[in-house]
Structures are given as C-alpha cells and as structure tokens.
Design a protein around this ligand. Structure first.
Ligand code: GLC
Length: 454
C-alpha cells in the first residue's frame, strides 16, 4: 500500500473510532435519558421504554415441581424439562433444541405455532410419554407483550428476525393453547408466560436474593428489574403487591446518536426506526454493521483491494460470530472467498471488530448503570445482575468493557455490582414462574392461573 493510501486508511479508522465512540459524557447522557423514559413508561405516557409489568415478583426459593418449558425468542426453539427442589436448586432433566426455519419466522402465525407444537410433540415423544397424565408448561416468549396476567399477553410487535403474520395484537398463550389442541396435546396446560429477561432474573434470584436485574445480550438485547409496585403509576391496582418485575424492553430505546452506518442499517431493516438500541448493541446486528463499513472501505479502495465489494454484498452475511472469531485471533476470510489477505487488511479488520464490539458493550454498560442507578441512586447496596446471551458469554473482552464503563461511572462503588452469567436462565426461570402460577391457582379451578402475585 502506498504512503498516501496508508494515511487515508489511518484517517478512516480514526473517523470510525470517533463516530462509534461512547465517552463517559455520552454514558451519563444515556443514563439521564433512560431515567426520563423509564419514568414516562411507568406513568403510561409516551416513551420508547415499554416498562411492561410481568405480574411476577422475586421468587421465594421454595417453588417446587417439574415443568416443561417452551423457549421461543432467538434462532432456536428450545423445549426443556426442569425440576425445582424447593430449596433453591434446579435441574434441567431434559432439553432439545430445534432450528426455526426462516420461512416459519416470516410466514403465518398458524404455521409458526403449528411448527412450535411439532417441536413440543417430538420432545414429548422422547422424554415424557407415559409418565404423567397432564403437564404444566411455562412459555418463555422473548418479544414485547402487553401482559395482562401471569398467563396472558398480547404481542405488541415482532422484533429480531420474526415477522410472522397474524400474531400482533393476539394473546400468544391462546395461540399456543389452540395449536396444542389442534395437535391433540390438550393435556399440556400453558400455566405461565414470561419474557427471557424475567426468566433470567428469576432463575438467579431463586438461589441468590441479591439479584435484582436480568439482562439478555444475545441475538436481541433487553433487561428487567425489580420495581416497587407503587411506582408503576400506570397500573395503580398493582400497588398492594409490593414488588413486581418490570420488563423494560430497552432494545427500543430511541435516544442514541446513530451514525451513518446505523442509519443505513435501520432504513434497510424490516422494522424501520424500531429497536434502535438493539440495532447498535445486539448480536443480530453487529456483523451487519461491520459488513456495511467493510463495503464502504472496499469502495474507497482502503480494504481488500484485490477483491470486489460484491464479496460482501449480501445483507446479514457477516455474523457477530465472525467478529468474535477475529477477536479470538482467527479470521473469517476464507468464508468470503478471500485469499492471501495482507497484514494491513488483517489489522484493519481487527480494529473494525474492536470498534464495533466496544461500542456495543459500552452502550450495554451505560444501560445497566442506568437501571442500577434508577433502583438505588447511590448504589448503597450490593447487586447481582443476571446476564445471559452469547454476546456477553462468548465475545472476548465484552464483559471487561461493561465493567470498565461501570467503574468510569461509579468509581469504587462499581465493586458492589456483580455481573453473573446465568446459562439457560430464561428457561429455568420460566419454570419457577410456572410454579408460582400453579401455587397461586385457586384450588379446583382447573386452568385458571390468571391471578397475579408479587
Ligand atoms: C428483543 C425482544 C425482547 C427480548 C430481547 C432478548 O429485544 O423484544 O422481548 O427480551 O429481544 O431476547
């Protein structure tokens, strides 16, 4: 590469560094606007934070029983059998994972729910036949739902890769129960509906009562936390319940500064102007942001000069896993037909992955800081934050960046915030919520577990 080209490359990387940066000042601004939006969301006025009451409070650690769990939210459907011993211990006694074909995510709601019940049927055939007459199933549904009780909720809108037609505005528990009936599996009762963040918090809280927040950093991103029911102004009837977990739906936060790549990605997405934080942070999008920068750099002759930008022309062909590989010292070049990649190009790609993933972690860190400071202004006590998702678990250095920004914001007090990885939290937590719902069921009432509890 000529000296001029190297200078142009340096200039481009510094420009990227600046348009993807999140300074301490930016993080403080995120906290301030988060607090305004959280307040409005709880009051029921216009807000990009939906602040959805989950109708469940922290568990007591005494919940018991065996539950099936259906977990729908990312690229897979998972069906699990979870046992709770009533002493804070959980066992995942069986689990199966089924890939959701793209056409199911984007077809009709009936097709999607029929496919889901087929998965339950396969799991049932392998792990349950002949054991019991009826089964209680908890449904982890990781999309924004206007929850009406522990066991009912209408889909507000699809997020991530889903667009299945005819589901928005419908009660997803009814859709699932109807699909189970269609497949002659009416002996499976849907007893609870929970967001994955809520499941994650509850799963950790079952054994560690200091846990007050659940976060997902995976295909999508979101968080929930324990709120005083009296502060949920939009639902005054909940006040006597004491405490309730609120699903923030922070992925839809719309007050971040989007750069040109974010704007282009947003414009080309199926949910324009929705899920803006999610589009800058979560695993579904980081690869696509990188791809857009790569195409621009190739067009300007600053990267892979021997190849044509068409090598990266297909949207979403570059995945966050590719970025993660680079961060681990490997590369993804062969997947894109690139051979003999120069050291300069390799180091440019390393920089690019660092810049994009660091911004993601810093925004996530600022968002976590905002929620902790909302709960306890001076961080006077110890907090455990339950986190699940491949981005947090597998992306090298991701957790360090979150911890770094917490230290920048809170100094020594950041030591009181513990980030705990909770694998399978969303499924296990739902089983616990299932147990809460069943224990709340008025005796002899059959399937009515629609009462709430804190
Ligand atoms: C999306 C969904 C949200 C979920 C998150 C993580 O943001 O809207 O409900 O919790 O993804 O799966």
């Amino acid at each position: 590469m000529s000296k001029d080209n190297l200078n142009a490359l340096d200039g481009f990387i510094s420009h990227l560094d600046s348009i993807f940066s999140v300074t301490s000042y930016d993080a403080r601004e995120i906290i301030a606007t988060f607090h305004l939006e959280m307040g409005s969301g709880l009051a029921g006025t216009k807000s990009s934070h939906k602040m959805i009451p989950s109708f469940v409070g922290p568990p007591r650690g005494k919940e018991k029983g065996r539950y099936l769990v259906l977990d729908l939210g990312g690229t897979n459907i998972r069906v699990l059998a979870v046992e709770l011993d009533g002493k804070g211990n959980t066992t995942l006694s069986a689990g199966s994972r089924f890939v959701i074909p793209q056409e199911m995510m984007c077809g009709t709601g009936d097709e999607l729910f029929d496919y889901i019940t087929d998965c339950i049927q396969v799991f049932y055939g392998q792990h349950c036949v002949g054991r019991q007459r009826t089964y209680d199933l908890a449904f982890t549904f990781s999309f924004p739902v206007e929850q009406r009780s522990l066991v009912s909720g209408k889909l507000i809108g699809w997020t991530k890769k889903f667009t299945a037609y005819g589901v928005v505005g419908k009660d997803v528990v009814v859709l699932l129960s109807e699909a189970l009936q269609r497949k002659e599996m009416g002996f499976i009762n849907v007893v609870a509906l929970a967001n994955d963040t809520v499941g994650t918090l509850v799963a950790k809280c079952y054994s560690d009562p200091s846990c007050d927040m659940g976060v997902i950093l995976g295909t999508g991103t979101n968080a929930c936390y324990r709120e005083k029911a009296a502060r949920i102004l939009k639902s005054p009837g909940l006040a006597p319940l004491g405490e309730m977990i609120i699903n923030i739906e922070w992925g839809d936060f719309s007050q971040l500064k989007m750069n040109i790549y974010d704007q282009d990605l947003n414009r080309a997405s199926h949910n324009v102007d929705k899920q803006q934080l999610e589009k800058m942070v979560s695993g579904m999008y980081l690869g696509e942001i990188a791809r857009r920068v790569i195409v621009e750099m190739m067009t300007q002759g600053l990267l892979f000069r021997e190849a044509s930008p068409s090598a990266f022309s297909k949207e979403y062909m570059l995945h966050t896993e590719h970025l993660s590989l680079v961060a681990r010292g490997y590369d993804f070049f062969a997947d894109f037909g690139l051979r003999d990649v120069s050291e300069v190009d390799r180091s440019t790609i390393r920089e690019l992955c660092r810049i994009i993933s660091t911004r993601s972690a810093k925004i996530a860190g600022a968002a976590i800081a905002a929620v902790v400071a909302w709960m306890y202004v001076n961080i006077e006590s110890y907090h455990t934050i339950a986190i699940d998702g491949a981005l947090f678990e597998k992306y090298p250095g991701y957790q360090d960046h979150i911890e770094g920004i917490l230290r920048e914001l809170f100094g020594e007090r950041a030591k009181r915030i513990k980030l705990a990885l909770v694998r399978d939290g969303s499924g296990i937590g739902s089983a616990i919520i299932g147990a809460i719902a069943v224990s709340d069921r008025p005796s002899g009432s059959g399937h009515d577990s629609g009462r709430h509890r804190s």
